[in-house]
Design a protein around this ligand. Sequence first.
Ligand SMILES: Nc1ncnc2c1ncn2[C@@H]1O[C@H](COP(=O)(O)OP(=O)(O)OP(=O)(O)O)[C@@H](O)[C@H]1O
Ligand SMILES: [Mg+2]
Length: 274
Amino acid sequence: MALIFEDVGIRFGSARNELTVRGVNLRIERGSTVGLVGESGSGKSSVAKAGVGMNRLATGRVTIEGSELASPTRTLKHPARYGVQLVFQDPRTSMNPKMTIGETLSEAAALYRKPNAQNGRAKQGRGLDAQAAARRAEELLRMVRLETSHLARYPHELSGGQLQRVSIARSLAVEPDYLLLDEVTASLDVSVQAAVLNLLRDLQRELGFAMLYISHDLSVIRYVSEHVYVMQHGEVVEHGEVTRLFDNPQTAYARQLLDAVPRLGGARWQHSEA
Ligand SMILES: Nc1ncnc2c1ncn2[C@@H]1O[C@H](COP(=O)(O)OP(=O)(O)OP(=O)(O)O)[C@@H](O)[C@H]1O
Ligand SMILES: [Mg+2]
C-alpha cells in the first residue's frame, strides 16, 4: 500500500512550454516518512500539488493503493476523500482570516465521509452534521495540543506555531493516510519548529499516516525521514535510504547540498514501533 507518483511531468502555461517537472517517480509507503529536498524552484511544491489535484499532470500518473488519483486526462476533484492532504508553509495565507478557528475546523470536519470498507474510498453523500462537526473541531484542536479556548479566535490572534498546529489539525479532519507537508516548519522559530516536528511524530505514531516531508533544511530531512528524494531542475536526481544518502551521496548535486550544511549529530526519529 502506497501513494505512488509515476513518471510525473508538469507543465505551466502554454502547451508548447517545456515541462517544469519531468519524469518524477516517488513512492510513499503507508505509514512511512519520506523526505523531499532540493533547491528553491526545483519543483518540490509542484509535485506535492499534483498529488492533491492542484496541478494537472502533463505525463504520468499518481495512484493511491493502486487506484488512480490523477493522470493527464483526469484531475481528481476531492483528493481529501481519498486520504491525501497537503499542508502549506504559511498557515496565514492558507486559512480564511474571517473565519474563527472553530469555523475553519468544523468546515473541514463536515467534509469528512467515512471510507467504504470495500474499496477504501469515501462514500458520496452528506458528511458530519453541524453539531458533530463542532465536536470533531474540539477533538482536532486537542489532538494538536491546543486549548479549546482557541476555537473562538481568529487566525490573527494566534502565533505562527499555533496556527500551523491548527492547519495540521484541519488536514487531519478527514483522517488522511498520506500527509504532504510542504515546508511546514520553515516560517517558524527553531524552538517552535522542534515542537511542531515532535507533534507530527507523535501524531504519526497515534494515527499511522504516512508523510512526505518537503524541506530545504537537510537537518530536518535527516531527522524525520526514512527515505529521501533529491530534486534538481524539475527532476529527481537521487533517492535512497536516509543514512546511505547522507553518508554516501552518489550524485554531485546531492554531495553539494550536503556539503553546504554543517554536519549534525545523528539524532533521528525512532521509526520502530514504540
Ligand atoms: N502555477 C505556476 N505557474 C507557472 N510557473 C510555476 C507555477 N508554480 C510553479 N511554477 C514554477 O515551477 C518551478 C518549480 O516551482 P516549485 O514551487 O515547485 O519549486 P520548489 O522546489 O517548491 O521551490 P521552493 O523551495 O522555493 O518552494 C519554478 O520555476 C516556479 O516558478
Ligand atoms: Mg515550494
